[in-house]
Ligand binder design. Structure first.
Ligand code: ADP
Ligand code: MG
Length: 222
């Protein structure tokens, strides 16, 4: 499902090249729930950028949902991204659009039928318990609610994989636990979930597979 094989990422850097990922080998099966931990600057976001085809490995292979991302064309990237839902630390919602509009936008762009758009949008809003706030604007919601809207939007295309890069970075511990509970529910319904966080406190005692990265090297993978 997700496979890194001898993946390296080197950024040019200003004075010297930055070796952000070094010989990354990793396999995540369909339906797994995996945390990616490691201190700030370790390479978590870089790894997620390769996984979501926002950037390419300098060498090595990255395979996701049957796509070989080191060889993918621009056209294929659009198709590939439908297999993927991505959630960020800063929510990335459109301020002038309602909750409903933020979540339905990816379907509107694809010109899906209005009846399907309404059904699917309400279904994912219900999954994150926010159907009752569908007409509100992001500024009227708490941080935790805004992140739940972002999760609903990430689910809209029935992704195989949900990636979340520091999804609780802007939230207090209680709301963070709430977000993790939603990811666990989504995973229980079959979606592969991969969550990057430097918050060790949040994930300790969670009995989930944890991949740890330090200085671009995977130091723990079970
Ligand atoms: P993390 O998400 O674990 O905090 P990152 O993947 O963001 O780590 O960064 C890993 C390393 O790569 C850091 O040294 C960072 O400064 C560097 N880096 C990240 N993105 C870029 C970039 N676009 N250009 C140059 N260096 C970068
Ligand atoms: Mg990061």
């Amino acid at each position: 499902m997700i496979e890194f094989a001898h993946a390296y990422k080197v950024y040019p850097g200003t004075s010297a090249p930055i070796h952000a990922l070094k010989d990354v080998n990793l396999r995540i099966e369909k339906g797994e729930f995996v945390y990616l931990t490691g201190p700030s600057g370790a390479g978590k976001t870089t790894l997620f950028r390769l996984l979501s085809a926002y950037d390419r490995a300098t060498s090595g292979n990255v395979r996701v949902s049957g796509y070989e991302l080191s060889k993918i064309t621009k056209r294929e990237v659009q198709l590939f991204r439908r297999h993927l839902g991505v959630v960020y630390q800063d929510f990335r919602l459109l301020k002038r659009r309602t909750v409903y509009e933020n979540v339905s936008l990816p379907l509107e762009i694809r010109s899906e039928r209005q009846r399907y758009i309404k059904e699917r949008t309400e279904e994912v809003l219900d999954q994150v318990d926010l159907l009752h706030k569908k007409s509100e604007f992001p500024s009227q919601l708490s941080g935790g609610e805004q992140q739940r809207v972002a999760i609903a939007r990430a689910l809209i295309h029935h992704p195989d994989v949900l990636l979340a890069d520091e999804p609780t970075g802007n939230l207090d511990p209680e709301l963070s636990r709430e977000i993790i509970a939603i990811f666990e529910k989504i995973n229980a319904q079959g979606t592969t979930v991969f969550v990057a966080t430097h918050d060790f406190e949040l994930i300790k005692n969670r009995a989930r597979r944890t991949v740890e990265i330090q200085n671009g090297v995977i130091v723990r993978s079970e």
